[in-house]
Design a binder for this molecule. Structure first.
Ligand code: CP
Length: 310
């Protein structure tokens, strides 16, 4: 790990392979504590971590809460929907108000691109922010847990892996963070598949093999990551019906047979079963979806310990 400590974690872009692997190593070392419930109370004793989520979440919010508690921190799950945000208070004033109460660590999810970085720029000098997903831009701890899951199953030589991401690439912060991380760890065979309206705008996801023919793009891949259709961010009618989408882009057992026999199947959740992924694949032997969830707690412990630990 580079000797300097990160102030915030806003993106995986530019973090560097050494730091990414070091965070994954730390998460690996914390896995027992993350899943066994053993609390390493000394690490964040006396610290308060605030979950400040302007968008809904199951996995990210719960796992940050568990991660902070297992490291000994107090956790404030700030309920945005029941707060003065509903009276028009801005995100920045909300942050400043909570800072004034002595909170110096915030895990923030927001619907707008760049919103977490803007809050970080406005925060007090000792305040630490973790981006828990902003707009379509970044979801760095999701990227780390995805990389950890791939490394556990496929080893650390990312340069020999073929990775396909299929689905709503245009709106996906999960895909952006995964691609940032995969590139820095040496992965070059990166394939993107989506309907025409859901491919990223040209130039926004870097150099990848992009197309619409899922069968062809699955040939010989080691990792398939299916993405959620983010209807809340779409223009009405920009995607086919759920049934038509599944027929063209749904990951079912017949299609998965085109990948390598030991290929793993990932999905960040929440899954739209029968639309993005068939039940038999989501729950099948190649699925690592619940490994991703489990790794989320360990990765978030590693990130909080790195940013806040003494
Ligand atoms: N993968 C993910 O971010 O899930 P949540 O929206 O449930 O946190």
């Amino acid at each position: 790990m580079p000797s300097d400590r990160l102030r915030h974690l806003l993106t995986l872009d530019g973090l560097g392979a050494d730091r990414i692997h070091a965070l994954l190593d730390a998460a690996e070392a914390l896995r027992g504590a993350a899943l066994g419930g053993q609390r390493l109370r000394g690490v964040l004793a006396g610290r308060t971590v605030c979950n400040l989520f302007f968008e809904n979440s199951t996995r990210t919010r719960s796992s940050f809460q568990l991660a902070a508690q297992r490291l000994g921190a107090d956790v404030l799950n700030f309920d945005v929907s029941a707060s003065s945000v509903s009276k028009g208070e801005s995100a920045q004033d909300t942050l400043r108000t909570l800072e004034a109460m002595g909170i110096a660590a915030f895990v923030v999810r927001h619907g707008e691109d760049g919103a977490v970085a803007a809050l970080a720029a406005a925060a007090r000098p000792r305040t630490v922010l973790v981006n828990a997903g902003d707009g379509r831009s970044d979801h760095p701890t999701q990227g780390l847990l995805d990389l950890l899951t791939i490394r556990q199953r496929k080893g650390a030589d990312f340069g020999r892996l073929a990775v396909l991401i299929v689905g709503d690439l245009r709106h996906s912060r999960v895909a952006r963070s995964a691609l940032h991380g995969l590139r820095q760890l040496g992965c070059t065979d990166l394939r993107l598949c989506a309907p025409p309206g859901l491919l990223p705008e040209p130039g926004t996801l870097g150099t990848c093999r992009a197309g619409h023919d899922l069968d062809a793009m699955l040939d010989g891949v080691d990792v398939v990551m299916a993405l959620r259709l983010q209807r809340e961010r779409m223009v009405e009618g920009s995607v086919p019906s759920p049934a038509a989408y599944f027929a063209e882009y749904g990951l079912d057992a017949r299609r998965l047979a085109r990948a390598k026999p030991d290929a793993i199947v990932m999905h960040p959740g929440p899954m739209n079963r029968g639309v993005e992924i068939a039940d038999a694949v989501a729950d099948g032997p190649q699925s690592v979806v619940l490994d991703q969830v489990a790794n989320g707690v360990a990765v978030r412990m590693a990130v909080l310990a790195h940013l806040l630990g003494s």
